[in-house]
Design a protein around this ligand. Sequence first.
Ligand code: F6P
Length: 326
Amino acid sequence: MAEIKCIGILTSGGDAPGMNAAIRAVTRAGICSGFSVKGIYRGYRGLITDEIVDFKTQNVSNIIQTGGTILKTARCKEFTTPEGRQLAYDVLKREGIDALVVIGGDGSLTGARIFANEFNFPIVGLPGTIDNDLYGTDKTIGYDTALNTIMQCVDKIRDTATSHERLFFIEVMGRDAGFLALNGAIASGAEAAIIPEISTEVDQLAELVKNGFRKSKNSSIVLVAESPITGGAMGLAERVKNEFPQYDVRVTILGHLQRGGSPTAVDRILASRMGAAAIDALLEDQRNVMIGITNDEIVYVPFSKAIKNDKPINRDLLNTLRRLSI
Ligand code: F6P
């Protein structure tokens, strides 16, 4: 293996709270191990257009507590083409970057995997997404903060839902994964969660109505994962309005506020451990792996597994939610 002297870091795809803590950890652990470090702005787009600066330890001062990403982020179409990736490779050579740490979700790690194979280039990935939908790690960076944000928002909505005795459908992010909806529902004492993992098996709304989800309650809150498979909060509310006009229904879509805010201690620690582990992985000649943490242990997950394997939802949680919402 060629010797690694200089490491580039980038953040890509949707931002997630804790990305800055991860940038800080990669930079400082990298410098501690004798590497030089470069920050690549605007994800793969900045790699193609050469928006790259030297990173010293001061570049990452005072950022552990901040949301977003100081490196900015983007979703880059050009990098999905061989021509775009060739341009990116030329920039890496010109900048003297010998390895990359990519912080992002499944789209970003898919790009990393293709690039690493195409150019035999060392890349280590960090799972940075609020969706928690990467296989091989118990939690992704940003998930815990987003979950706490959802919980705080639902607490507020509950006040008005209770006062007006209304049924609320609250839509949360997660793309095609129900982790935020399901755990958000448990954390906020919601009556139900409607998630894509189950939508293909049962009509969850029909089940809820059949089980009399408002039997003992004057108000109810249902968390809905944003996926088209669930019908979304708007779609479900329309159905209820048509089929049960007696219910006073309202919809709240939490949207991008779930992606912002100061990271929780859980996310800061996760990002710090994972960032330092990315440097260890490169020192150990690991290639094309995502850093995960399972059962509190650092693990190296091949990109192919992290991206391709569907991360299963814990079905016991659905049962817990049902039992506690009577
Ligand atoms: O992947 C993170 C995520 O926040 C998803 O939950 C959501 O579907 C998507 O990004 C939204 O992306 P954008 O910010 O590009 O609209």
